[in-house]
Write a protein that binds this ligand. Structure first.
Ligand SMILES: [Zn+2]
Length: 198
């Protein structure tokens, strides 16, 4: 038996999400039509459209924001220290620790030739411009200890070789290959305390 066309269509849309297979998509779609009120579905669809229309990447750091320049980049009290992270979720994790008071730079990816991702495919060139323009003295690389993480770290080091910027790598206490976004606050604070100079 096939579901009515509109329901099949809804199932197909749920499958756009990572980790949602046909069975889960079907469950979500059936839940939507049988348990959710018209109002909830209406506000859900409005939220989807509003988010996609309003959210963009900060012109400076690459983090997600609903402004041209995000609040952290606009914060005049954050100076000279810049932490390089893979994605915006990592910023939220570090901000929760309250242990870092610098700015961030979000790469939105990592260099990975195996997957066809080179420096021009991620937000890395803007990093070198920022280091110069914002008079950055210390750079803390908070990328995972995976092959792409190591390659990206090496590339940054090479590009800033004679810049005089002190480059640190975070990692102590973080399991190899661990995602920063899933690390708990204590682990992140320990990792921040254990930065080592490259
Ligand atoms: Zn920003």
């Amino acid at each position: 038996m096939k579901f009515p066309e509109s329901l099949e269509n809804l199932i197909k849309h749920f499958q756009l999400y990572p980790g949602i297979g046909p069975k889960t998509a079907e469950r979500l779609a059936l839940f939507t039509i049988s348990k959710l009120s018209k109002e909830s579905v209406n506000s859900f669809s409005k939220a989807l459209i509003e988010a996609i229309e309003k959210i963009k990447h900060c012109d400076k750091c690459g983090s997600i924001t609903d402004k041209d320049i995000c609040d952290i980049c606009n914060d005049q009290d954050r100076k000279e220290k810049l932490m390089v992270v893979e994605n915006s979720k990592d910023i939220i994790a570090f901000e929760k620790t309250n242990a870092f008071h610098g700015k961030y730079h979000v790469l939105n990816g990592m260099i990975s030739p195996l997957n066809g991702v080179g420096p021009d495919d991620i937000n890395i060139n803007a990093l070198f411009t920022r280091v110069k323009e914002e008079n950055i003295k210390e750079l803390i690389i908070a990328l995972p200890s995976t092959i792409p993480g190591e390659m990206t770290c090496t590339y940054i080091q090479k590009m800033l070789e004679n810049s005089g910027v002190l480059i640190y790598r975070i990692g102590y206490g973080l399991p190899v290959g661990a995602d920063i976004e899933y690390a708990d606050e204590i682990t992140l604070i320990k990792a921040l305390e254990g930065i080592k100079k490259l």
